[in-house]
Write a protein that binds this ligand. Structure first.
Ligand code: PEP
Length: 262
């Protein structure tokens, strides 16, 4: 399993430092104590750009179970793009993962499948794994269009991505109506869409490649529902927003994942 903390535009660098110190001191020993019966879990912390370097200094270089992630990048190489950050800059800071195509980027900053596609290629060229967000709005769900939306997002985001590259990508299924609403999707809704994502990947690549691509669920994951969501067959991890901003809440989610059956 893999659990990704998306801190969005929250926490100053000093607050980010305190929170990551608290997470590392509690979680590092637990993450390295995995037995045959318990679940292995990797944690990725995605603070705002300005805190990446500070958080990086707190993550122990010897401990690969907590990794550094970014929340976006620009697809161009270093160039005149005021306000933007390139993939090689992130790689130089030790960023191992990047969240791409988040619904907030799509809603507020004109992100679309074509820009996500260019960003995935830039990330992979710099050895950064791409966490690609897909998901439907409540209106699209009510109109029975979930599969159409997900299919289009995957096909357009993965355009020109080889299967060797695809296995360095993760997909986060994040129904828009579940993000920040305290109303997570039900286990059957999650399994249905995750299985569909797997089938789209299988058609696009092959069965083996589809099983290697980790599919995360995101949308109001918290301590109370993490254990049940972790049991779902096609769930390989979580993308966590609000609950990742508070040390005790995020630790409780990780503990629930670690105690779920392997
Ligand atoms: C998110 O923003 O990716 C997210 C899943 O948020 P939340 O956990 O707060 O619903």
């Amino acid at each position: 399993m893999i659990v990704v903390a998306n801190w969005k535009m929250f926490h100053t660098p000093s607050q980010a430092e305190m929170l990551s110190k608290s997470l590392v001191s509690t979680l590092s020993p637990k993450l390295s104590q995995v037995t045959n019966d318990s679940q292995a879990c990797e944690v990725v912390i995605c603070p705002p750009y300005v805190s990446l370097e500070r958080v990086k200094t707190i993550l122990s270089p010897a401990d690969s179970s907590i990794r550094l992630g970014a929340q976006d990048l620009h697809w161009e190489e270093q160039s005149a793009r005021t306000g933007k950050v390139s993939a090689d800059m992130l790689a130089d800071l030790g960023v191992a993962y990047v969240i791409l195509g988040h619904s907030e980027q799509r809603e507020y900053f004109h992100e679309n499948n074509s820009s996500v596609n260019k960003k995935i290629k830039a990330a992979l060229s710099n050895n950064i794994k791409a966490i690609i967000c897909v998901g439907e709005s409540i209106e699209q769900r009510e109109m029975g269009k979930v599969n159409d939306i997900i299919n289009k997002q995957i096909l357009e985001c993965f355009l020109g991505i080889s299967k060797e590259e695809a296995i360095k990508c993760l997909i986060a299924y994040e129904p828009l109506w579940a993000i920040g609403t305290a109303k997570a999707a039900t286990s059957s809704e999650v399994q249905e869409v995750h299985a569909y994502i797997r089938s789209v990947l299988s058609d696009l690549y092959d069965h083996e490649t589809a099983t290697k691509i980790q599919i995360l669920y995101g949308g109001s994951v918290k301590e109370e529902n993490a254990a049940d969501l972790a049991l779902i067959r096609d769930v390989d991890g979580f993308l966590v927003g609000g609950a990742s901003l508070v040390a005790e809440k995020f630790k409780a989610i990780i503990m629930a994942v670690l105690s779920s059956p392997a």
